[in-house]
Design a protein. Structure first.
Length: 463
């Protein structure tokens, strides 16, 4: 079956710091990603998001591209320091006006706004006060959510509180490959908790505003963890607890998994979890956002041979895999995207089916999926990115298989609408279905954009 349900929502996704630019305009405050990218040596080629895709100034042009693609929804993120420069206090009216124009521009084109409140750009002032490892950040986040609910709540269709809190906590505070570049495992686990708490408080805050009738969601980059053999079941369990159930537990079940607490006991006693926090984190959601790029393969380490760490992260103190010293991350067979990520869409089907089994009443939405390839512009100006088309086709087929198996999947968002600032990789990795020339800001549709437009129009895959 290659057709999708009639109400299936097709979209594309971006994030504020990756596309907007205008980093110091109209009262925007600095975020941890400004600090990170302006620190020599942390981002490939010294790239920064200062200009990015200049989306802040090219809003109308980009909205017209979305319209021409025919998508029913657009997932963007709100830059917290643009609308509340220091992360507390009154809103910055000019910043809010930008998102108000964005939302109105989408609605005028019949495109549903899907707004992510936090796609990693914490106001620097809040990091200076301790960042996500401190409780106050969760409270500040809820207040910011309330302000946005008041400003945009009557027009945003779906609110996503956090994007990939796994990355915020573990890459930001444990491996340090993302902002704020800290390598403190105990602080990373405290960040996990304050992200979970902030999520729940933000949903409550949104529901106290005009956003009360909108759909509430969170986006997780769940890891589809497989073991090399049945002997690796405990390694699978441990990686699954740290990467998936650390968020699913509090957010959807109102409790941290006991095995996670036990696994990490040498790192923290979790005393930052106060009475009532887990219940506060667990708010009813309308849809769960799932970001998927590739699966994860693990093996129990025998303690003797060289330990594999093939997930691209360093071994030792600066691993995002806290308390997983006995777990090997095993290289998976190709083909690979330019990120070095293996292409295996079967993980997406299996992940969606698992989520439906575990949370049968919670609809699912793929809020990111896509691939980086070193696209070439041919002499005729065309960008024949057939590997990206094949990646998208495979993963959309995997979505239809999950739907056939009973999973309630409501929509799919390509990452990304356009080439943008890929975090520590800068502009060196291109995920867009629309090419951006980073010198001229010229936008050019790749073959994948034409292909996606046809899929969206037909509501089914070709062939
Ligand atoms: C995800 C991020 C997104 C983008 C893709 C490639 O982890 O949410 O911003 O960078 O990866």
């Amino acid at each position: 079956m290659t057709a999708f349900p009639d109400t299936f929502l097709w979209g594309t996704a971006t994030a504020a710091y990756q596309v907007e630019g205008a980093w110091n305009e109209d009262g925007r405050g600095p975020s941890i990603w400004d600090t990170f990218s302006h620190t020599p040596g942390l981002v490939t080629n010294g790239d920064t998001g200062d200009v990015a895709c200049d989306h802040y100034h090219r809003l109308e042009e980009d909205l017209d591209i979305l319209s021409a693609l025919g998508v029913g929804a657009y997932r963007f993120s709100i830059s917290w320091p643009r609308v509340q420069p220091g992360g507390q206090g009154p809103v910055n009216r000019a910043g809010v006006d930008f998102y108000s124009r964005l939302v109105d521009g989408l609605l005028a084109r019949d495109i549903a706004p899907v707004a992510t409140l936090y796609h990693w750009d914490l106001p620097q002032e809040l990091e200076d006060a301790g960042g996500w490892p401190v409780r106050d950040t969760a409270l500040r986040f809820a207040e910011y959510a309330r302000l946005m609910g008041e400003a945009l709540g009557d027009r945003v269709a779906t609110w996503i509180t956090l994007n990939e809190p796994w990355c915020s906590a573990y890459l930001g505070y444990a491996s340090g490959v993302h902002a704020p570049a800290r390598t403190e495992p105990a602080a990373a686990l405290a960040a996990v908790h304050h992200l979970n708490l902030g999520h729940g408080l933000a949903v409550q805050a949104l529901r106290s505003t005009a956003a009360r009738d909108a759909r509430m969601s969170v986006t997780l980059n769940l890891h589809h963890v497989r073991g090399v053999s049945e002997r690796d079941a405990d390694a699978v369990r441990r990686a699954d607890a740290l990467s998936n159930r650390a968020f699913l537990g509090p957010m959807l079940e109102g409790a941290y998994p006991r095995d996670l607490i036990a696994d990490t006991a040498s790192v923290t006693d979790w005393s930052f979890v106060l009475d009532g926090d887990e219940a506060a984190a667990c708010q009813p959601l309308d849809v769960l956002g799932v970001n998927y790029y590739n699966p994860t393969l693990v093996r129990q380490w025998d303690g003797a041979s060289a330990r594999e760490t093939a997930d691209g992260h360093q071994d030792g103190a600066a691993s995002p895999w806290i308390a997983c010293e006995d777990v090997e991350f095993v290289k998976q067979p190709g083909p690979y995207t330019e990120m070095g990520w293996n292409i295996d869409e079967t993980g997406l089907t299996e992940l969606l089916v698992r989520l439906h089994r575990d949370y049968p009443d919670l609809p699912l939405m793929i809020t990111e999926n896509g691939a980086a390839f070193p696209d070439e512009v041919d002499a005729d100006g065309r960008i024949r990115d057939e590997r990206r088309v094949d990646y998208l086709n495979r993963h959309l087929t995997a979505v239809t298989e999950a739907i056939t198996a009973g999973a309630d999947v409501r929509g799919y968002f390509v990452w990304s609408l356009m080439d943008n600032f890929e975090w520590a990789h800068g502009y060196a990795k291109r995920f867009g279905i629309v090419r951006v020339d980073h010198d001229t800001q010229l936008r050019t549709w790749k073959d994948s954009a034409h292909w996606y437009r046809d899929v969206v129009a037909a509501n089914k895959l070709p062939g």
